[in-house]
Design a protein around this ligand. Structure first.
Ligand SMILES: [Zn+2]
Length: 376
């Protein structure tokens, strides 16, 4: 669940994404003169030019496993849109799915099927005990016979970007280019989400990418945590929300989002996004800098902890709670729990307010009902 983000750039990118697209047919095979795999709209009814557009890509699914991927995307998207910060925005979100099989052999990519019934959990490959395979362990996407262009893309999602743990996944440079190439086949894209067929549970996202990217491994589609993971990673890619936990495992430490306050903002008591809901009266809870991160993780250093008298802060209280953005000290989250900190929790007030501000900036109405669109 790594993330690096530039909130200002993100807004610009979203606005550009929202403005350049017309009403194109959803199922097509040519885009800008290049060969493209078919694109299926699996959620949403808004025109591409007026919506947030998610594009789902598979990595590591063999042909015979593709229906599991299709089912997973539908199950995950429906679940995500019906919850948390996505629900009020769901009528402004489109989701597209591209199906490409990973296979060493030749052959046609099979036609996409729906998954209205009998969705089965994906039988994901296991890499137990930190036994991380090299290269692209998930397989390589193959092109349909005779096709060219984006259909030949390989995403190269890799496990194990960290030497310490085996559950981080990311794309190499070629994979990122491929993801963009494939995403360009969709009517529009504001974020690309890659569903990796791996039994190693994990995910990652980066809003700075062009397009913003998220990766989720597919562990079990009937487990609510799969939807929680998707909601978390998509929040990175689509809204620029940063992780609110204090330790990191991938050798880098990122800072600079809207869903936590800096020490400077805490001092001013007006500069953080949830200040208008507690401001001067925001209770403060300082952290203990000497605590260790679990599982060999580390916490960003170089920032001073606040070292103030402890305040009694209930679990749901709004306040300035030290510890966020991979730092024990110097960054303050709004509430004790948040999906950007713990997957099973709801999004905190600060994260909700970031999305509300974006909706306001884009003049988006609240959604009264949940749209769906599924292709047979
Ligand atoms: Zn939050």
């Amino acid at each position: 669940m790594m993330s690096r983000v530039a909130p200002a750039l993100l807004s610009v990118a979203l606005l550009l994404g929202l403005s350049h697209c017309g009403e194109e047919p959803v199922d097509f095979q040519d885009a800008g003169g290049q060969s493209c795999p078919k694109v299926y709209q699996v959620f949403g009814t808004d025109t591409a030019g007026a919506a947030f557009n998610l594009v789902f890509l598979p990595d590591g699914f063999m042909e015979e496993e593709l229906d599991s991927y299709r089912c997973a995307v539908q199950t995950l998207v429906d679940g995500m849109m019906d919850s948390g910060i996505y629900k009020d925005l769901a009528c402004h979100i489109n989701a597209y799915r591209i199906d490409l099989a990973a296979d060493a052999g030749e052959g046609e990519v099979p036609p996409a099927k729906g998954c209205e019934v009998n969705c089965k959990p994906v039988k994901a490959r296991e890499y137990p005990g930190g036994n991380c395979p090299g290269g692209n362990p998930l397989g390589t996407l193959v092109s349909p016979s005779g096709a060219s262009g984006c259909s030949t893309a390989s995403l190269n999602v890799r496990l194990c970007s960290s030497p310490k743990r085996c559950d981080l996944v990311w794309l190499d440079a070629e994979g990122q280019r491929s993801a963009k190439c494939l995403a360009d086949c969709a009517p529009a894209h504001d974020a690309v989400i890659i569903v990796a067929n791996s039994g190693s549970r994990g995910g990652g996202a980066m809003a700075e990418n062009d397009p913003p990217l998220a990766v989720v491994t597919l562990f079990q589609i009937d487990d609510p945590s799969a939807i929680e993971l998707l909601a978390h990673e998509t929040a990175h890619a689509l809204f620029g929300l940063l992780d609110e936990y204090e330790c990191y495992y991938d050798g880098q430490s990122y800072t600079g989002g809207l869903n936590a306050a800096t020490a400077e903002e805490k001092k001013k008591r007006s500069a953080f996004i949830w200040a208008r809901e507690c401001g001067e009266s925001c209770p403060v809870r300082c952290n203990d800098p000497s605590e260790m991160c679990p599982d060999g993780g580390v916490s960003g250093d170089g920032l001073r902890c606040c070292n103030e008298e402890p305040t009694d802060l209930g679990d749901g209280s709004l306040g300035l709670i030290e510890g966020a953005f991979y730092h024990r000290c110097g960054y303050y989250r709004a509430q004790n729990n948040c999906r950007m900190r713990t997957l099973s929790k709801e999004f905190c007030r600060a994260c909700q307010m970031v999305v509300e501000a974006l909706k306001k900036e884009l003049s988006l109405e609240l959604c009264a009902s949940l749209p769906t669109r599924r292709h047979p």
